[in-house]
Ligand binder design. Structure first.
Ligand SMILES: [Zn+2]
Ligand SMILES: [Zn+2]
Length: 344
């Protein structure tokens, strides 16, 4: 079968590999769709030894059950599924609580992270990772597993503050941010302020229900402050889906005293937290900073329910498998609107 693999750090190649077989407790999926994630670029750019090579990339997967391994019950060939990508150890304190995103033993383990992922015609996954998607289009189901789940999890963490009438600033209306806007619309009564450098992304945010949009730039902080009030007032919650120095600076300058700043994007920026050294403080007093990672299996089931109810729709650009590297190059150049989805 064809597979798109990282054969060495930084090297993405289309190769022929044997169709894998499902071992005990596993399922062989015929891959329908795979989202191309910024994290895949981080995996490609990571130093040697951080991730196994060769490894098939793709951690945002939906497909159809082809074969079930020994001891698997509840799944049959033809079932349409989404894959919960994280594979925790299953027995640490976090995993036992269903928080596999916080596994204490396997910090970043999963499909396309520590074993072969979905950028191939077939992939083997543990049966415990599968969730039914009903008649949801697989090109929609795949992005729900990360581009949908990651913002959903971040919003869940912020939910006690997201009371009716509060304000949430969403920075970065890309693959995750455009899903965040819809999740906020569907599950809260907050005022949503979308921030992005791209006018097209801001138009998308408005169409999806953002109440205000602000173009990122030198006067973005002032513009947001006119909407949310100057310090010590501000936004109750700020979701930063970029995580670069400029977006983190904006985030900490507009979050309210006692608010919450969630750093989701992996652009590698620095957030200084120095409460008394500066006036005004680098991060407002009583503000909580959270660094969410992906989400839980239970949350994915809820994300799929939103998708099936028509309340969460990924804006996708599809590519065939042999154009996967083109999708990643476009992603790296910032030219993908919404989510790039590769259809093996
Ligand atoms: Zn991802
Ligand atoms: Zn664990």
């Amino acid at each position: 079968m064809r597979a798109v693999r990282m054969t060495a750090p930084g090297v993405l190649e289309q190769t022929e590999v044997p169709v894998p077989t499902a071992g005990p407790g596993e399922v062989l999926l015929r891959v329908g769709a795979v989202g191309a994630c910024h994290s895949d670029l981080h995996i490609l750019d990571a130093p040697a030894g951080m991730f196994p090579t060769p490894m098939t990339l793709g951690h945002e997967v939906a497909g159809t059950v082809d074969q079930v391994g020994a001891g698997v019950s509840g799944w049959s060939p033809g079932d349409r599924t989404a894959v919960y990508g994280i594979i925790g150890c299953g027995h640490c304190r976090a995993c036992l609580r269903g928080l596999e995103d916080q596994c204490r033993v396997v910090p970043v383990g999963g499909v396309g992270l520590s074993r072969d992922g979905g950028l191939a015609e077939y992939v083997v996954v543990p049966a415990s990772r599968l969730l039914h998607v009903g008649d949801l289009d697989l090109s929609q189901a795949a992005p729900l597993t990360d581009a949908g789940l990651t913002p959903y999890h971040a919003i869940e963490l912020a939910r006690p503050r997201l009371r009716p009438g509060t304000t949430c600033v969403v920075i970065g209306i890309g693959g995750l941010g455009h899903m965040a806007v819809q999740i906020l619309v569907a599950t809260t009564a907050v005022r949503i302020i979308a921030v992005d450098t791209s006018v097209a992304a801001l138009d998308l945010a408005s169409r999806l229900g953002a109440h205000e949009v602000v173009r990122a730039g030198p006067d973005a902080v002032e513009q947001i402050r006119t909407l949310v009030g100057p310090p010590p007032d501000g936004a109750d919650v700020v979701l930063d889906f970029v995580g670069a120095d400029p977006t983190l600076t904006t985030a900490r300058q507009v979050v309210a005293t006692g608010g919450q700043l969630l750093l989701v994007g992996l652009a590698g920026g620095t957030l200084p937290v120095r409460p008394v050294a500066d006036e005004p403080p680098t991060v407002p007093l009583e503000t909580s900073v959270v660094v969410p990672f992906w989400g839980t299996r239970a949350e994915l089931q809820e994300v799929i329910a939103l998708g099936r109810a028509g309340q969460l729709h990924a804006d996708v650009q599809t590519f065939p498998l042999d154009r996967a590297s083109e999708a990643y190059e476009a992603l790296r150049r910032g030219e993908i609107h919404g989510r790039a989805v590769i259809m093996p």
